[in-house]
Design a protein around this ligand. Structure first.
Ligand code: ADP
Ligand code: MG
Length: 643
């Protein structure tokens, strides 16, 4: 079984396995079916690629997207592995040629689109080929509950049934919902599979929510700190994409854009500019990303809050796939909530649906939106919030020390809330305020208004507004009229949001939500409960976690040179930059500064094939940089002597 470690080191150039990988490989190598449910970037590909290389026969990988196949095969070839793909991007001649090669046993791994499986030509090939394993990548596509349902995934069991002997079957996905998991197990007809679920925590990602008064300047300063890195800026609308992209270009950032309003040709071109690092910053709507496996994305900034945490975690999760530190930052404004509510109620996704179902869907959308807003407003650990939402416990503390304890003033120790130590809230500074009096005013106002009005009117009444509506309804006579005029409108709205989040108030679903008293309101109004709120000390400023800074290790200048070399090589060979080396590999080079082939092999991601292919270029660049540095150090020394 140690063969697999040998392959990991020799072929892929990595020293050790990541969580979950080894167990899955062991199962497959003992010819047991297996299912791997692991987050994006966890390294699912190796789980089947290494066994594929060790099996005597061929491995077929069913994969849903042309771009994914192209990338995966590109990466295999770079590592000296014989692989190919069969999909509709090939001309018929190319397809025939690839099949011929396949028949002659040229390939170890073949990626195939699900639609091909039952075509006579492919079936004829498959029935006569020594197939050791069939792998289903992005296996959630088999489920109607998933976002990316692909009916042709349902033909996989039929295809397996037509093979002369049943190969080992493995399936992989990053989708965690129970319904989808069940579907994968039942619809793919797996036999007593070994199932491995790894945590959805992505420790190398730092999370942060900022609430800037004005978003564009904030975005610019975040990008300024990250010049030279590659990242994605997600906007809610096409118009937003256009404006932000133009503003970035004006400031000299190499940014490109992507949304459904652009022609196919331009989308393709812009996507490639991003993948090849010719335009390291991509400004896009959520139309961008599915099937983008760019592993060297160092940040994902959301210019608007998305509609739910599922979307957020998926989009933010496109950062840091190669395991190096990456930042996920969300720029929140209350307008985003209204915008999403508008988009949700005015989307006609899915066409006609029955009234009852529509109501249920609306309710679910609203609930998800609330949870998303909760993420933006919470002052607790953001990682914990996300993982909890996905049904997982967050790790307590960093792992290098015990759970956080705190003095409670009564002399006893009590476990503090979860702290990941790598999000804006764990690193931010907060103070606790007693907000019982203000809360009482808000609650009694809602009660006076007989729980029939929304946040806007409640805010107006409490701040003593002279608006037409307030006067027409006669609310200026209420005892609570103007009782919180000391607070700004936005501070008051924040307070109300916080009270909703903590169940002191309830907000009805729908396009015109109304405020009513929540389950915890009674005890406050009766004076039995005090309300405390954690508030940020001063203006929220971007936390500079150690890990979200520009470059954590290695010489930054050398790193930039290696980065540029990688861009040049990517152009020459017409492959994305990260297929050549990941950022993590470049960082290791900039830190260890290898000059000999043997040292180059020590770099994670450098196997035999990459040593052959790139050793000369990268070692040459490093040597040259060292020489130049020595020379200039010497010259400086001589200058010192002169004086
Ligand atoms: P996903 O689970 O999203 O399919 P990939 O298989 O694309 O993830 O892997 C993400 C990145 O992690 C790739 O750059 C891959 O080379 C790298 N990787 C996978 N396994 C390891 C490992 N054991 N050590 C270091 N890097 C790894
Ligand atoms: Mg994958």
């Amino acid at each position: 079984m140690e063969q697999k470690l040998e392959v990991l080191r020799q072929v892929f150039g990595y020293p050790s396995f990541r969580p979950g990988q080894e167990e899955l490989m062991d199962a497959l190598l003992s010819r047991r079916d297996a299912v791997g449910i692991m987050p994006t970037g966890a390294g699912k590909s190796l789980c089947y690629q290494i066994p594929a290389l060790l099996f005597p026969g061929l491995t077929l990988v069913v994969s849903p997207l042309i771009s994914l196949m192209k990338d995966q095969v590109g990466a295999l070839v770079q590592n000296g592995i014989r692989g190919a793909y069969l999909n509709s991007s090939l001309t018929y001649r190319q397809y025939r040629a690839a099949l011929r090669n396949a028949r002659n046993g040229v390939y170890k791994i073949i990626y195939v689109a699900p639609e091909r499986l039952l075509t006579p030509e492919f079936l004829d090939f498959a029935q006569n080929a020594p197939i050791s394993m069939v792998t289903v990548d992005e296996a959630h596509c088999v489920s109607q509950w998933g976002q990316d349902f692909r009916p042709s995934y349902l033909t996989i069991p039929e295809f397996l049934g037509k093979l002369p002997s049943r190969p080992v079957v493995s399936a992989f996905t990053a989708t965690a919902t129970p319904k989808v998991r069940e579907d994968i197990l039942s619809l793919l007809d797996l036999k007593d599979p070994f199932v491995s679920v790894t945590s959805f925590d992505r420790p190398n990602l730092s999370f942060q929510v900022l609430r800037p008064k004005s978003k564009l300047p904030q975005l610019l300063s975040l990008l300024e700190e990250r010049r030279g890195q590659s990242g994605i800026v997600y906007c809610a609308t096409r118009k937003g994409v256009e404006e932000v992209c133009a503003a970035l270009r004006e400031r000299g950032f190499s940014a490109t854009r992507y949304h459904a309003g652009l022609s196919d040709g331009e989308r393709q071109e812009n996507q490639e500019d991003f993948l090849y690092d010719r335009a390291p910053v991509m400004v896009a709507t959520n139309a961008f990303g599915m099937g983008i496996d760019k592993s060297n994305v160092s940040f994902v900034i959301h210019y608007n809050m998305p509609k739910d945490l599922e979307s957020y975690y998926q989009e933010a999760g496109r950062a840091g796939r190669d395991g190096s530190p990456a930042a996920c930052i969300l720029l929140y404004s209350r307008g985003d909530v209204a915008l999403n509510r508008f988009l949700l109620t005015h989307s006609d996704e899915g066409g006609y649906v029955e009234e009852e179902l529509l109501e249920e869907l609306t309710r679910q959308n609203e609930e998800r939106l609330r949870a998303m807003e909760g993420y933006c407003l919470t002052t607790a650990c953001l990682r914990e919030y996300l993982l909890h939402y996905f049904g997982e416990q967050a790790p307590t503390q960093c792992g290098n020390c015990g759970p956080l304890q705190k003095e409670t003033g009564r002399g006893t120790m009590e476990q503090a809330p979860t702290q990941c130590g790598n999000c804006g809230n764990c690193l931010g500074r907060f103070v606790e305020e007693d907000i019982t009096p203000q809360t009482r005013e808000v609650l009694s106002c809602v009660r006076f208004l007989r729980q029939r009005y929304g946040v806007t009117l409640v805010t107006e009444v409490l701040r003593g507004s002279k608006s037409e509506k307030v006067r027409r309804l006669g609310f200026q006579k209420l005892p609570c009229y103007g009782s919180l005029r000391a607070l700004s409108a936005s501070a008051l709205r924040d307070l109300i949001s916080a009270l909703v989040l903590q169940d002191y108030l309830t907000l009805s679903p729908g396009e015109y939500p109304t405020l009513s008293l929540g389950p915890r309101a009674g005890s406050v109004l009766q004076g039995r409960e005090n309300v405390r709120l954690r508030v940020r000390e001063g203006e929220a400023s971007p936390v500079r976690a150690k890990t979200s800074g520009p470059l954590p290790q290695g010489d930054p200048e050398l790193y930039q040179r290696l980065w540029k070399l990688r861009v040049r090589l990517s152009r020459i060979q017409n492959v994305p930059t990260y297929v050549i080396f990941s950022n993590a590999s470049l960082q290791a080079m900039a830190a260890l500064q290898p000059c000999q082939p043997q040292e180059f092999l020590e770099i994670p991601g450098v196997g035999q094939a990459k040593l052959q292919r790139y050793g000369k270029a990268f070692l040459g660049e490093i040597r040259q940089w060292k020489q130049e540095r020595e020379r200039s150090a010497k010259q400086e020394g001589e200058h010192d002597h002169d004086h």
